[in-house]
Design a protein around this ligand. Structure first.
Ligand code: ZN
Ligand code: MN
Length: 486
């Protein structure tokens, strides 16, 4: 048996987060809505209706293409892709075939090293073959012998991202797909919510002898809608192809299409059909939509306004001294990132900001079962940070106030006033005041050292006056004695 190499390529469908559908004005958010209520004659494919491309969807496709370092083409067009299935009301999908909006990009990503306790990660690259726009089909539900059709999703804008066969294992494919998801969210192209099926994968896998450059016939696993399914299906299919190679002495004889069966009792792939070829779809240019001609300056404006992408963001947070886990959390949870960035800007202290936002705030929100949106606002957090910076709150008191803010929604200032938390109990602050007092009262110190115990009272009094009565006298006296004994 020769040493075999696994070759994987992905086709990723991502629903775009537009308000309306790809070619009509219907609501693009069907989540939780009654079946067949967000439809119109256009997305139902009635004869005589005219599709109008959604500018917002085109913009999102361009932003994603730029983030993937693709070439965005100023000239592209839509095509009809025909197939007959009850989830497709018009009998064809409007897609882009020979002239897609973008081609030739690359994604750099890291595969986390699970075996190492340190965050050693190696950089991988996967080339992007093309990105094109199309509309989604409806959903079918099989109930007993009947099939129910819900066309709410029909017409939702999709972008299809096709990779080169650059991936080499199931883990590699998942790490790439996770980075792609982060980029989709970063450029606001898709909400990429896996639970709502907003990101779906078709994965092609084949084997070849190591060292060979040849691409053998592949098995395409259709419609995987989670990272877990992507990983399990690829692992299963790799083993199946390895067994077949052993039995037949070589790769598959032709391309095939398989489905992934994931039931309680077993998981397996199942051959659906030989792979259809492009001519079976009878592609031809969509006659009802003029060619898409884009203004170069429109594209360049979008390029200039691209946000910081996840990998660059990770580098930035690493350079501030945050751990990989902290950096990843900030990248994956934009609502925490906004808070973190604001606190860091004010404190210029990466670790302190991480402690306040990622440890304390996140901990309190989790404990009180609240989403970030229902927690303190940026302004409220910054007010708390200001109180801490002015020395009005000790580290511990800051934490206590933050918890009450999460619980009650009140402002830090109001909590401090009502609870009299300005009471200085922080050792660091008292020690500073005591040092000042020692410098400012040489005579009292001299008498104390000469044996006059009462002189201590005068110095404690000075500290109390300096702290406007907010220091704890017992603590002041304790710290003072310690200082004088040194
Ligand atoms: Zn519609
Ligand atoms: Mn497609």
């Amino acid at each position: 048996m020769p040493e075999l190499e696994v070759i994987i390529g992905l086709e990723v469908h991502a629903q775009m987060s537009t308000n309306t559908k790809m070619f009509c004005g219907c609501d693009n958010d069907a989540f939780g809505k009654e079946p067949n209520t967000t439809v119109c004659p256009i997305c139902m494919g009635h004869p005589g209706t005219l599709p109008v491309p959604n500018k917002d969807a085109i913009e999102k496709a361009i932003r994603m293409s730029l983030a993937l370092q693709c070439t965005v083409h100023t000239d592209s067009h839509f095509d009809r892709k025909h197939y007959f299935y009850p989830d497709l009301p018009s009998g064809f999908q409007i897609s882009q075939y020979d002239f897609p909006i973008a081609t030739g990009g690359i994604v750099e990503y890291e595969i986390p090293d699970v075996l190492s306790s340190e965050s050693l990660e190696s950089l991988h690259r996967c080339k992007i073959h093309r990105l094109h726009m199309e509309n989604d089909a409806g959903k079918l539900m099989h109930v007993g012998k009947k099939t129910l059709c819900d066309y709410n999703r029909a017409g939702t804008p999709l972008m299809e991202i096709v990779t080169e066969p650059d991936l080499r294992s199931a883990d590699d494919a998942v790490a790439f797909a996770e980075e792609l998801r982060r980029i989709l969210i970063a450029v606001n192209a898709s909400d990429a919510d896996m639970y709502k099926g907003m990101m779906r994968f078709d994965a092609s896998i084949s084997l070849r002898e190591k060292g060979s450059e040849k691409l053998n016939p592949r098995s395409e696993i259709k419609n995987l809608n989670s990272f877990k399914a992507l990983s399990s299906a690829l692992e299963y299919e790799e083993n199946r192809l390895r067994k077949l190679w052993k039995e037949t002495g070589g790769p598959l004889k032709g391309d095939s299409t398989v489905g992934w069966l994931d039931t309680q009792n077993f998981q397996m792939t199942q051959v659906l059909r030989d792979k259809e070829s492009a001519d079976e779809y009878r592609y031809f240019p969509e006659p009802d939509i003029p060619p898409l001609v884009l203004d170069e300056s429109w594209i360049e404006n979008m390029r200039a306004e691209l946000p910081l992408l996840p990998r660059m963001m990770k580098k930035k947070y690493h350079s501030l001294g945050l751990t990989t886990a902290e950096a990843q959390l900030l990248i994956d949870e934009p609502s925490y990132r906004v808070l973190y960035d604001a606190v860091y800007e004010k404190t210029n202290d990466a670790k302190r900001s991480s402690s306040i936002v990622l440890t304390q705030l996140k901990g309190f929100l989790t404990a009180h079962n609240k989403p970030v949106a229902h927690g303190p606002s940026i302004d409220q957090i910054l007010e708390l940070v200001a109180l801490m910076q002015d020395g009005k709150l000790s580290v511990n008191a800051t934490k206590e106030v933050l918890e009450e803010m999460v619980e009650t929604g009140k402002n830090a200032g109001d909590i401090v006033t009502s609870r009299d938390l300005t009471h200085i109990s922080d050792e660091r602050i008292i020690t500073e005041l005591v040092k000042k007092a020692i410098d400012a009262n040489p005579k009292a110190i001299e008498s104390f050292r000469a044996g006059k115990e009462a002189a201590l009272g005068a110095i404690v009094g000075w500290v109390m006056k300096e702290s406007k009565g907010s220091a704890d006298p017992a603590k002041v006296s304790l710290i003072l004695r310690k200082q004088l004994e040194n």
